[in-house]
Design a protein around this ligand. Structure first.
Ligand code: ATP
Ligand code: ZN
Length: 303
C-alpha cells in the first residue's frame, strides 16, 4: 500500500475524515474542525492587527465574474459549474424515466448563474472594483471560503472541496510586494510555531495544455508564485500548504481596479490551505491531538 493511501485509510479509520464514496470529497469530524479553528485563530495572532476587512463569500460565485476572471483560459480542467433542472413537466417525466433506466440524466441540466469558487479571492476583485478607486494606502482583505477544484485523487491532501483562508492586498506594486514578503516570513514562523518542517520554493500554477507550459515557465521566471511546502504524505514530494501569489496588474486591469492616484492596482494574496495544514499536523504529530507536543498544543489551544 502506498503512503498516500495509508494516511487516507488511517484518517478514515480514526473518523477524522469521513468517506463519501468520491475521491477528494470528505466529511470532517469535530476533532478535525477543532484543529482548523485553532489554526485560523493562530493565523489571526499574526495578521489580526493589520486592519484587514473581513469578507466571507459562499462557495459559489457569480458566473459572469468567473467568466471575466479568465479562469477558463488557464484552468478549464479544474472548474466546476452549477447546473440545474429548468424544464417543464414533460421534461421532468423524461428525466425520471432516464434515471430509472440508468441513462445519463445530467445532459439536459442547464447552467445556472453560479459557478463553484475556485480560489477564495476570485469573487473579491470585481466586488472591490465596483466600489471605485482604492483609498490611499490601498486595500487589505481577509477571506475564507470552501473552494472547488476538479482534481479527484487518493492523496488526502488533494481534495475537490477544501477551504482556503486568504489575505489579499491591493495597491501599488511596492505595497503589494511588501505584503507578500511580510507573509512569506510570517508564514514560515507560523508553521514553525506548530512544530512542522517548512521549506519555501518558487512554484507555478497547473496551467492547461501546451500553451500552459509557457505560462507556467513565465510565472516561475518572474517569481510570481511561491509555496510553503510541508511533507504530508511524502518527504520527497512535500505538499504546498501556503501560497504567496503576486498577480501584478492582472486582476487590476481585468476589473478596472484603480489606486487612489488613478493607476491600475496591483494585487497579491497569501492563501492557507486549511485542510492541508491540518493533515500536516496529524501526519507529523499523530492522529490524537491529546498526544501532540506541549508547545504545539500551547500554540493552538493555549494549553
Ligand atoms: P497545487 O500546486 O498543489 O495543485 P496550487 O498551487 O494550485 O496547489 P493555489 O491555487 O495556490 O494551489 O491554492 C492555495 C492553497 O490552497 C494551496 O497552497 C494549498 O494549500 C491549497 N490547495 C490547493 N489545491 C488544493 C486541493 N486540491 N486540496 C486541498 N488544498 C488545496
Ligand atoms: Zn488568492
Amino acid at each position: 500500500m502506498d503512503m498516500q493511501t495509508s494516511l487516507l485509510d488511517r484518517l478514515f479509520a480514526s473518523g477524522l475524515l469521513i468517506e463519501t464514496g468520491v475521491d477528494g470529497l470528505y466529511g470532517r469530524s469535530g476533532k478535525f474542525e477543532d484543529v482548523i479553528a485553532a489554526f485560523e485563530r493562530l493565523i489571526e495572532t499574526f495578521g489580526g492587527d493589520d486592519g484587514a476587512e473581513a469578507i466571507r463569500f459562499p462557495p459559489g460565485m457569480n458566473r459572469a465574474h468567473f467568466e471575466g476572471s479568465g479562469y477558463m483560459k488557464s484552468f478549464p480542467q479544474l472548474a466546476g459549474t452549477v447546473h440545474s433542472f429548468c424544464g417543464c413537466e414533460l421534461d421532468h417525466m423524461n428525466l425520471l424515466q432516464c434515471m430509472a433506466e440508468g441513462e445519463d440524466w445530467t445532459k439536459d441540466q442547464q447552467a445556472t448563474d453560479i459557478v463553484l469558487t475556485p480560489a477564495a479571492c476570485y469573487p473579491l476583485y470585481p466586488t472591490i472594483a465596483k466600489r471605485g478607486p482604492l483609498p490611499a494606502g490601498g486595500g487589505l482583505f481577509d477571506l475564507q471560503s470552501y473552494c472547488f477544484r476538479h482534481e479527484p485523487s487518493k492523496d488526502p491532501a488533494r481534495m475537490q472541496l477544501f477551504r482556503m483562508r486568504e489575505y489579499v492586498r491591493m495597491g501599488t506594486p511596492a505595497e503589494v510586494q511588501d505584503f507578500r514578503q511580510l507573509w512569506m516570513e510570517r508564514g514560515q514562523k507560523l508553521i514553525e510555531t506548530v512544530g512542522l518542517p517548512v521549506h519555501v520554493d518558487v512554484a507555478n500554477d497547473p496551467f492547461f495544455g501546451r500553451a500552459g507550459k509557457m505560462l507556467a515557465n513565465n510565472q516561475r521566471d518572474q517569481n510570481l508564485k511561491f509555496e510553503l511546502l510541508i511533507p504530508v504524505t511524502s518527504t520527497a514530494n512535500p505538499t504546498a500548504c501556503l501560497s504567496f501569489n503576486y498577480h501584478q496588474d492582472h486582476f487590476g486591469s481585468t476589473w478596472g481596479l484603480k489606486t487612489a492616484d488613478g493607476g491600475t492596482a496591483h494585487t497579491a494574496c497569501v492563501g492557507f490551505g486549511l485542510e492541508r495544514i491540518a493533515l500536516a499536523l496529524f501526519a507529523h504529530h499523530g492522529l490524537d491531538t491529546n498526544d501532540w507536543p506541549a508547545p504545539v498544543r500551547k500554540a493552538l489551544w493555549g494549553a
